[in-house]
Design a protein around this ligand. Sequence first.
Ligand code: WTA
Length: 655
Amino acid sequence: MSSIDSVLTETRVFPPSDAFRLQANVSGLEAYHTLCEQANNDYEGFWGQLAREQLSWHKPFTQVLDERNPPFYRWFGDGELNVSYNCLDRHLPLLANKLAIIFESDNGTVTRVTYAELYRRVCQFANGLKSLGITKGDRVVIYMPMSIEAVVAMQGCARIGAIHSVVFGGFSSKSLQERIIDAKARLVVTANEGVRGGKLVPLKATVDEALAAGGCDSVERVVVYKRAVHEDGPWQIGRDIWWHDLVKGKPEHCEPTWVNAEDPLFILYTSGSTGKPKGVQHSSAGYLLGAINTMRWTFDYKPADIFWCTADVGWITGHSYVAYGPLAVGATQLIFEGVPTYPDAGRFWQMIEQHKVTTFYTAPTAIRSLIKLGGDLPAQYDLSSLRLLGTVGEPINPEAWVWYHEKVGGGRCPIVDTWWQTETGSHMITPLPGAVATKPGSCTLPLPGIQADIVDEAGFPVENGKGGFLVIKRPFPSQVRTLWNDPERFKKAYFPEEYNGKYYLAGDSAHRDEQGYFWIMGRIDDVLNVSGHRLGTMEIESALVANPLVAEAAVVGKPHEIKGESIVAFVVLKGPRPSGDEARQIIANLREWVGSEIGALAKPDEIRFGDNLPKTRSGKIMRRLLRAIAKGEEITQDVSTLENPAILQQLQESV
Ligand code: WTA
């Protein structure tokens, strides 16, 4: 395990304003401490009460936490509910005419959907799924653009107890195929095309390719939402069915299928330290409780809010804070089809002004690129509706934080820097905006009931100021339940024996300052964080070595001003080391290759060729040396165990 040892020295502190604190759901630091104490004194009582208050149960649970079979914990395990019922039906008596979704398309067309209308659409789609024979426990892969329909598809699955697995629309047909096979999906839901930044994204064609590549025999039908009015591509009769044909004439009510609290709501694939993505499996009740609590705690949700989380539904952030959390609390939310830079870098600010957004949640990488492309643009818009800002996915550098605070938040909006993961389902460490003073670059303090700590290799807490491994010491309701098809990997990856299998190991290094604030330093495993997206170095290496020209490859991350981290690949070809135009051509081809193996997001930013890679005598690639070379640092480390020290110079010169 390696860790990033840069320790930020940020000293500015931003306490909540009186105005914000006085209206906050958790008001003042004492209120936060009281909640934490309640959780510590009676852990199960604390969570049990929240689960009873915040979720609507079909059959109430009698047991809160079942720890008999660690680390396969069960929460509210004898209760029954339905997630879609909790997001829709229960709001209808009072909120039927409240807007659930304001959707803005790439070219600015706005569609508004009330809770009553969303309920009808979800029910019709759920009835459509039933008519195709989909039932509880079946897997449905969703490969959709940002749209109302993507949310309808997810909610429709939840309504009948089917397990969805959303695949981000930027993943290639190969990645899609792998996920379909691993999940043994019976159905794929897609759109003919997506539209982003004025360009068409050929989603259905990619699905066709994935299914044609073999191994996807489990897939019976493909439901296609007609998004773009472009020529229709090939159509497989008997397999493909238009969304509008599927829902036509279907009843507008669909009795929810009651599921056990622990029945899986979804699988979401994410990168780990091997080449194979992990199918993170989430529960129904515990997961939804996490989303609801954090809407109220972190986002200080109020019924008059216009909530906007810019994440794609293909990521966990889009699950918890687009598809489920906002609907479960009855919020009005904005969903955006396009990209922040189209038609120009003022798009986000223009949309905040137009829709009077109150709560805005985005990634540091987006903030950094918007600063670069138009740091003065926010001043041209009326952003006075905003009351709270958030960030997610990667550490935010203090400069970007301060810009966000001043230029977007007008100095008055608290910023919640939310640390969490696909595996945790909802926020873990983040300020409560009316209670905890913020410091630029720190995700501050754990939420009530979340027993986060920083420990050394033996599991002992490290002293403040020292780096260590971020762990969560007790199970919490929204945590990953297992890895789909791979319980052994689940145990190994997250509950290491060094910690007696008790602590959840997050995979991040962190340190705490003298006030006990958490500062995330980076991943301890071979996972990169590129523009807030998780990518495994091994995944990219496997993709590279699958190319017929490539003998060997090693991939490392390098700090990048906007993306947080960029991807640098060191490649040994089977043939001689290329140079000049030939090298440039091969680099272009290899980048395309990785794009088609994984997706454009995984294309290396830099590729360097060598005759070999730096290895120990036992043949292990010395990645820390490669990281130093990628950064252009002088090599000060001990290289005496290196089999072939001369290779270092060659790689250093290979830019
Ligand atoms: C990183 C995204 C610093 C971290 C929700 C984590 C962060 C990984 C933050 C999970 C943050 C997420 N500050 N780092 N506020 N939020 N990370 O699964 O390394 O896509 O382990 O979930 O992103 O990425 P994932």
